[in-house]
Design a protein around this ligand. Sequence first.
Ligand SMILES: C[S@@+](CC[C@H](N)C(=O)[O-])C[C@H]1O[C@@H](n2cnc3c(N)ncnc32)[C@H](O)[C@@H]1O
Length: 290
Amino acid sequence: MTPQSASTTAVLVCQGRAVADGRLGVGRFADPVAVRLLDPAEREVVERVRAGRTPGAHWGMAEEMVLHTAATMVPRTVAIDDAVREHRSGQVVVLGAGLDARAWRMPELETATVFEVDHPASQADKQRRVAGLEPVAGRVVPVAVDLANDPLATALTAAGLDESAPTTWVWEGVVPYLTRDAVASTLVQLAVLSAPGSRLVVQYQQRSVVATTLRAAMRLALRVARRPDPLAREPWHTLLTPDELGLVLRPCGFSISSDHSLLELAEGMDLPGRRDGSLGNGRVAVAERA
Ligand SMILES: C[S@@+](CC[C@H](N)C(=O)[O-])C[C@H]1O[C@@H](n2cnc3c(N)ncnc32)[C@H](O)[C@@H]1O
């Protein structure tokens, strides 16, 4: 991330959800808003992948990457949606929101205020993309915060978060992009704002030779094909085991109630990539504040 440029991985995961909508995890997964958040050139790749054209002149690593991303988005989105639905609270904070469309697609948020926190550059980009789209959430409050440098607690309190009421926190696909220090400082501030009964839903990555190799191979192929690389400016910094996650959450007053790999969460879903092991390193944990 740079101060000027919005997240390109946020676009990639949104493309993945747009590809998956109505195609993958049908009956469990849906994100009809994702495609509406994409710019025309970003949509073209999605349309090619959805059309299922066989690899050829117009099918390359960009299409492979979006298809692979679609398969990982389905179990992670379903698990997080379920955890948000189960924990009805009047305020939901989405940390590193990117092109998350929950406030525009989940009727369960009808009475909730959704605070969407993101890096200022990504936040500005999101505001441009959602202009004209009516949220289904009661209220959506954008909050521009660089989690590596800015005080999260101050920004959220100023934006109207009520620290005496339980909050549902969604932290999806962001931990790897922060340093360990930024992860720890975010958690400490989040804990200060979390009344008893708050829930944290966190999607994180474990170290994995398969995932690292796949990522490197895709990046190399994109470079050779002279196609834009959405991962170029957003390296992974923090990969955690489930034990390590527990160790950082416990001192913040959160106890983990569930923690599953995307492979486990994808059980019963017919997804591409299930067999290559690449779903094994992503995880979704749910933690409660007593
Ligand atoms: C892979 S995207 C995930 C977006 C969204 N949570 C989702 O799953 O669709 C990573 C997100 O983390 C955000 N991010 C990365 N570094 C950040 C930082 N230092 N402060 C705030 N947000 C950051 C990016 O702006 C981007 O929106």
